[in-house]
Design a protein around this ligand. Structure first.
Ligand code: BTN
Length: 249
């Protein structure tokens, strides 16, 4: 039922690794002709990497941590479309699991209400001015019940109350991500843009943001084509990149 066309048809399953993203990046450097859709998955990630140089913590054998190789034929200036595509795939998967209030916290954290269930780390391998390959790292909290020092983390099991089969869950997740990826391949940016905005966390709501000159109140109004967050602060729309703004949850 959740059969993919090419995502995960080839898998490298590692019992333990520092980071699946780092592993796949190295593999790519060693052998250029890896097949699109290759998945590197592990049951225990010892140095999982997140955005802003953070670590991704995941209890061994409880969650899904994998990296997927894609080769989208888009220009570097459209690279944020990849973030939109992958986030929407994860959102579609969670909605199909019957989960409510799923949003994308810019740029690509997946939230259920005010708690984070999944993180995405996208790393591009460029060849000149074009994208040669993309390593898509996804961490989805599945059966973990306790997150030390992460008060706003959640998991599928914490929400649905049941234990999930990790292999089945991965295949279903890949199916939904691939479905969105096929839309990206057709260069149907409009539909991805529209759905990304529809699911954006705190869009058109007034909240506090930490920016260089302190904490300000503002309203997210959109995301630019290059992926900058657009916030209306006192009637003026300003654009921020990842290092320039922090949401206060
Ligand atoms: C974030 O929310 O900051 C992004 C987290 C991404 C975590 C995943 S787990 C699999 C892959 N390998 C890594 O080292 N990181 C990503």
């Amino acid at each position: 039922m959740y059969e993919t066309l090419f995502f995960g048809k080839e898998k490298i399953n590692l019992e333990k690794v520092d980071s699946t993203n780092t592993y796949l990046k190295q593999l790519l450097a060693d052998s250029k002709d890896l097949i699109e859709g290759l998945v590197v998955i592990t049951q225990q990630q010892e140095l999982g990497r997140g955005q802003r140089g953070n670590y991704w913590q995941s209890e061994p054998n409880k969650n899904i941590t994998f990296s997927l190789l894609i080769r989208p034929k888009i220009s570097v200036s459209d690279q944020f479309m990849i973030s939109k595509t992958i986030s929407l795939g994860v959102v579609d998967f969670l909605i199909a699991e019957g989960i409510k209030n799923v949003t994308i916290k810019w740029p690509n954290d997946i939230y259920i209400e005010n708690t984070k269930i999944a993180g995405i780390l996208i790393e591009n391998v460029l060849k000149g001015s074009s994208i040669d390959a993309v390593i898509v790292g996804v961490g989805l909290n599945v059966n973990q019940l306790w997150f030390a020092n992460l008060p706003n983390a959640t998991s599928l099991r914490l929400i649905n109350g049941v234990e999930f089969d990790l292999e089945e869950t991965l295949n279903k997740l890949l199916f939904f991500i691939e479905k969105r990826y096929l839309i990206l391949k057709k260069l149907n940016f409009f539909s991805l843009d529209k759905d990304y905005i529809k699911h954006l966390f705190r869009i058109n709501e007034l909240h506090n943001y930490e920016i260089s000159n302190g904490i300000v109140q503002g309203e997210i109004v959109g995301v630019s084509q290059s992926g900058k967050l657009q916030i209306n602060i006192n009637g003026v729309v300003q654009e921020f990149d990842l290092k320039e703004v922090k949401m206060i949850i």
